[in-house]
Design a protein around this ligand. Structure first.
Ligand code: PRX
Length: 653
C-alpha cells in the first residue's frame, strides 16, 4: 500500500444505459437470470458443469479441495491433457476449420487449421522431448506474435512441461531474471520480430540473457525475418529444422489437473516480479467457460483478441480459451498503425471479424487517429466488442460502440488479472444492461465484496477494496518459489478473502465501477508495471542518488510513467543525462518501462520519517491543488518541483 492510501473515491458519474438488443438476447448462450442465480447459489456445482466442457481422461474425485487454504486445488484426482483439449478433440468435426488466421506485419498470411496446428504441435513436442523436456520440465519462450509462439506453448502443454512466456518487449536482463527464477532448461525464441516496420532483435537479446542463464542448455530459434544472427553451435537450433525432422506422432498423455501449466511474471508492489503459477484443469475450465459465455461464442464466429500473447490476455483469450472452444481466431503480428492507421480495420474486414477484444488504450489511440479510419472499412459483421486491462472511460466506450460496433454491438468490459486467470467481472451480453465505464457484475460462480479498511462491506455506492470471496478454478495457485508472499499479498489483509489490489464501488443495480489500483502498481497502456521496479532501475544508474516514480493520468495510455530523480553530486543535470536514464530503464526492464518524463530535482518531498511522498508528486504532475504540505520534512522542495512540472509535460517519447 502506498502512503497515499487507496484510490477508492468515486470518480465516475453514471450515465447512458444500453439493454441487450432483443435479437442478440434471444440467441445468446446465457439469456436467463436463473442461470446466474443458480451458479451463485452453488458455485462449485457451476464450475463442475463448466469443467464438463473439457475432455477428461479420468474424472475428478473432488471438485474443490480447500483443506490447505489458501492453497486451493481444483478437480483433484482428475486427469486431462491441455493440448489434446485444444486440438485433438476438435479433429473429427473441425479438423479443417481454421484455428488461426495469422497475419504478419509485412502483409504475409497463414491460415492454420486445427489439423495443421495439431501436426505442428506434435512435431515440436517431439523436438522438445529430444532436448530433454519432459513432464515437469521448464521452457522459457521469448517471441513476437508468430505462429510458433502458440505452437511452443501447446507443445509444452502436450508434454506436461511448464512454460513461461516473456513478452518480446522485455529486455535481456528481464528475460534472464525470469529464466533463472523459473529454472528454464530450454529457451524458444526467434531471429527477429517485426514491429512498426522495424526489426526487434529478439535473438540478440536472448543471447545476452543466456550469458547469465547457465541452466538453459538449448535455444530454439524460429526464423521470421531471415536477418543475420549470431549462432552458438550446440546450443542454438533452428525451430523449422527441428520441426521438419520430428515425428508428427506424439500421443497426448493424461496430466494431473493440478499439473503446472505455466508461470507468468507480473509486477507487484516490490521490485521483484511475481511468478504467477497456473495449473491445468482449473485454468482451462475458467478460460474455456468465460470465453464461451462472455463472448457468446458461436460456431461461425471469427474472433479476434488483439492483445499480445506475452500477457495473460493473450494466454487465456488468444490461445487456451478459444482453442479449447474450437474457435476461429485472428492473430496479428505487428503494430496497429503499420503501414497505415487503418491496419486493424483492414484485417477485421478481410477476415470478417465478428467479435473484437481490445484494450482501452488502443481504443483511445484509434479515437485520436480519427473516425475516417474505421469508416473506410466494412465492419458490419462485428456483433460484439470487448474491453480489457484498465478502466474504460465512457467517452472511449461510446466511440467504440458507435464507430466499431455500428451503434449496435454490445460491449463487454471485462475485469480480471494475471492472477485470476480468466474474466471475473463482466456483463453477459445477452442478459445485462450495459453502462459505459462499468464492468457490470461478477460472472456466474464468482463472488465479490467491496469492503472498507475494517473489512466490513461498505455502504451502498461507496468505494472500497475489491475482494473475491469464493475460490474459482482458474485462480493462481501460488507465487513460484514464494508461498509466503502468496499468502501475504493476497490473503492476509482480509483473511480467507482474495485481495485483488483494485478499488471498486458497486451501484444500486449491483454494477461494478473499477477505480484503479490501490498499491504501487501502474497501468500503462494496459500493462502492469511496478513503480518500485522502475525506481530500482533508475537508482542502479551511477548518476542517480534517489528516484521516485509515479503513474500520472494520460489521455491515451491511461497512466504515463513520470520519474523524479535526484542526481549525485558531480553529475550535470542536462538533456543528455535524461536520455541516458530513459535508455537505462529500457535496458534494465524494457522499452515499455521507459519514463515518459523525467524531472531532475535537488530533493524529493519526504515525510519526517523519510518516506517519499509519491502522492504529492502525483498531485504536482496532474496539476492538482497540493493541500496541506506541512507534514513534509522539506516543504520548500515542493514549489521547486511544481515549477518543473510544466517543463516535464513537454517531454515526449
Ligand atoms: O487494475 C486492474 C486492471 O488491470 C489489473 C490487472 O493487470 P494484469 O494482471 O496485467 O491483467 C490485465 C489483463 C486482464 C487489474 O488489477 N484491469 C484489468 N481489467 C480491467 C482493469 N481495470 C478496470 N477495468 C477493467 N476491465
Amino acid at each position: 500500500m502506498s502512503e497515499s492510501g487507496p484510490a477508492i473515491s468515486n470518480l465516475q458519474a453514471d450515465g447512458a444505459e444500453y439493454p441487450p438488443p432483443p435479437a442478440f438476447a434471444a440467441a445468446a448462450r446465457i439469456n436467463s437470470r436463473g442461470v446466474v442465480t443458480d451458479a451463485d447459489a452453488d458455485p462449485v456445482a457451476w464450475w463442475e458443469a463448466q469443467a464438463g466442457r473439457l475432455t477428461w481422461d479420468t474424472p475428478w474425485t473432488r471438485a474443490l479441495d480447500d483443506d490447505n487454504a489458501p492453497f486451493y486445488r481444483w478437480f483433484t484426482g482428475g486427469t486431462l491433457n491441455v493440448a489434446a483439449n485444444c486440438l485433438d478433440r476438435h479433429l473429427p468435426d473441425r479438423g479443417n476449420t481454421v484455428a488461426f488466421h495469422w497475419e504478419g506485419e509485412p502483409g504475409d498470411t497463414l491460415a492454420l487449421t486445427y489439423r495443421d496446428l495439431h501436426d505442428r504441435v506434435c512435431r515440436f513436442a517431439n523436438a522438445l522431448a529430444g532436448l530433454g523436456v519432459a513432464r515437469g520440465g521448464r521452457v522459457a519462450i521469448y517471441m513476437g506474435m508468430v505462429p510458433e509462439l502458440p505452437i511452443a506453448m501447446l507443445a509444452c502443454a502436450r508434454l506436461g512441461a511448464a512454460f513461461t512466456v516473456v513478452f518480446g518487449g522485455f529486455s535481456a536482463e528481464a528475460l534472464r531474471e525470469r529464466m533463472n527464477d523459473f529454472g528454464a532448461t530450454v529457451l524458444v525464441t526467434q531471429d527477429e520480430g517485426w514491429r512498426g516496420g522495424k526489426t526487434v532483435p529478439l535473438k540478440a537479446n536472448a543471447d545476452d540473457a543466456l550469458d547469465g542463464a547457465p541452466g538453459v542448455t538449448h535455444s530454439v530459434v524460429a526464423q521470421r525475418t531471415g536477418g543475420d544472427v549470431n549462432w552458438t553451435p550446440g546450443r542454438d537450433l533452428w525451430f523449422h529444422e527441428l520441426e521438419a525432422a520430428a515425428s508428427p506422432d506424439c500421443p497426448a498423455e493424461p496430466m494431473d489437473a493440478e499439473q503446472m501449466l505455466f508461470v507468468l511474471y507480473t509486477s507487484g508492489s516490490t521490485g521483484k516480479p511475481k511468478g504467477i503459477v497456473h495449473t491445468s484443469g482449473g485454468y482451462l475450465t475458467g478460460a474455456a467457460s468465460t470465453h464461451a459465455n462472455v463472448f457468446d461464442l458461436r460456431d461461425d464466429d471469427v474472433y479476434w483478441c488483439a492483445a499480445d500473447i506475452g500477457w495473460i490476455t493473450g494466454h487465456s483469450y488468444i490461445v487456451f480459451g478459444p482453442l479449447a472452444n474450437g474457435a476461429t481466431s485472428v492473430m496479428y503480428e505487428g503494430a496497429p498503425g503499420h503501414p497505415a492507421q487503418d491496419r486493424l480495420w483492414g484485417i477485421a474486414e478481410r477476415y470478417g471479424v465478428t467479435i473484437l477484444y481490445l484494450a482501452p488504450t488502443a481504443i483511445r489511440l484509434f479515437m485520436k487517429w480519427g473516425d475516417q479510419e474505421p469508416a473506410g472499412h466494412d465492419l458490419s459483421r462485428i456483433r460484439l466488442l470487448g474491453s480489457v486491462g484498465e478502466p474504460i472511460n465512457p467517452e472511449a466506450w461510446e466511440w467504440y460502440r458507435e464507430h466499431i460496433g455500428g451503434d449496435a454491438a454490445p460491449i463487454v468490459d471485462t475485469w480480471w488479472q494475471t492472477e485470476t486467470g480468466s474474466i471475473m467481472i463482466s456483463p453477459l451480453p445477452g442478459l445485462d444492461t450495459l453502462k459505459p465505464g462499468s464492468a457490470g457484475k461478477t460472472l456466474p460462480g464468482i463472488h465479490a465484496e467491496i469492503v472498507g479498511e475494517d473489512g466490513q462491506p461498505v455502504a451502498g455506492g461507496e468505494g472500497g477494496y475489491l475482494l473475491l470471496t469464493h475460490p474459482w478454478p482458474s485462480m493462481l495457485r501460488t507465487l513460484l518459489g514464494d508461498d509466503d508472499r502468496y499468502v501475504s499479498t493476497y490473503w492476509e489483509r482480509f483473511p480467507g478473502k482474495y485481495l485483488a489490489g483494485d478499488g471498486c464501488r458497486q451501484d444500486a443495480d449491483g454494477d461494478m465501477w473499477l477505480l484503479g489500483r490501490i498499491d504501487d502498481v501502474m497501468n500503462v497502456s494496459g500493462h502492469r508495471l511496478s513503480t518500485i521496479e522502475i525506481e530500482s532501475a533508475l537508482v542502479d544508474h551511477p548518476a542517480v542518488a534517489e528516484a521516485a516514480v509515479i503513474g500520472r493520468a494520460d489521455p491515451v495510455t491511461g497512466e504515463a510513467i513520470a520519474a523524479f530523480v535526484t542526481l549525485r553530486d558531480g553529475f550535470e543535470g542536462d538533456d543528455r543525462i535524461i536520455a541516458e536514464l530513459r535508455d537505462h530503464v529500457a535496458m534494465r526492464i524494457g522499452a515499455i518501462a521507459k519514463p515518459k518524463s523525467i524531472v531532475l530535482t535537488p530533493d524529493l518531498p519526504k515525510t519526517r520519517s523519510g518516506k517519499i511522498m509519491r502522492r504529492l508528486l502525483k498531485d504536482v504532475s496532474e496539476q492538482r491543488n497540493l493541500g496541506d504540505v506541512t507534514t513534509l520534512a522539506n516543504e520548500e522542495v515542493v514549489s521547486a518541483i511544481a515549477d518543473m512540472a510544466d517543463a516535464m509535460r513537454g517531454q515526449e517519447d
